[in-house]
Design a protein around this ligand. Structure first.
Ligand code: SF4
Length: 200
């Protein structure tokens, strides 16, 4: 904390409002002491941390997926909204039909080169912050389709935050990937597009 900075009135300070009784609160005209200066820097740090955590918690608890099924993996993906799996438990109430109202793109299945441009367009239309899951061996690496028609990993088209292995992955595996993504967001891990822009 800069020592020359003008401090707010003692009675306006968060620690005072929280009920802390100190020398400064009992004697407001007296200037800030070392203890008060240290306390204010703790208050500042605590407030920043708390707001960031609250935002991350809200983002991870309201992540709506976009509808984007490409192949057989999509059948497994669709079932996560059923009563058996019920991703509404994690704040993911529904799949959004508009990318402008979606935060999470689950690319489920093999992506042909023909579908690469539409996929990128959908991704670009999503507002930030946004996340991508590559579901299944085909989306992650091309899988068994090592040929000219299939993109050999969708991370060549969009930045991927989480890879879910399997052919096809069961819905439980996809939910595991979603929960791991939520944990990463809560832990403050930036979205993949931010990491990619830092690396490039
Ligand atoms: S990973 Fe398997 S189930 Fe998924 S799209 Fe590829 S072939 Fe189909």
């Amino acid at each position: 904390m800069a020592l020359g900075r003008k401090l707010p009135l003692v009675s306006d300070r968060p620690a005072a409002k929280a009920g802390l009784k100190s020398e400064r609160i009992l004697w407001p005209e007296r200037g800030p002491g070392v203890f008060e200066q240290e306390l204010e820097s703790i208050e500042d740090a605590l407030m920043t941390t708390t707001v960031e955590k609250a935002v991350a918690w809200a983002q991870s608890g309201s992540m709506w997926p976009d509808t984007f099924g490409l192949a057989c993996c999509a059948i497994e993906m669709m079932s996560i909204v059923s009563s058996r799996y019920d991703i509404a438990r994690f704040g993911m109430e529904r799949f959004s039909s508009s990318p402008r109202q979606a935060d999470l793109l689950i690319i489920s299945g093999r992506m042909t080169h023909k579908m690469a441009a539409p996929a990128r367009q959908v991704y670009d239309q999503m507002l930030e912050p946004k996340w991508v899951i590559a579901m299944g061996a085909c989306a992650s690496s091309g899988g068994m389709f090592n040929n000219y028609a299939i993109v050999q990993s969708v991370d060549k088209i969009v930045p991927v935050d989480m890879y879910v292995p399997g052919c096809p992955p069961r819905p439980e595996q996809l939910i595991e990937g979603i929960v791991r993504l939520h944990e990463a967001v809560k832990a403050g891990v930036p979205p993949a597009y931010e990491l990619r822009s830092v690396a490039s």
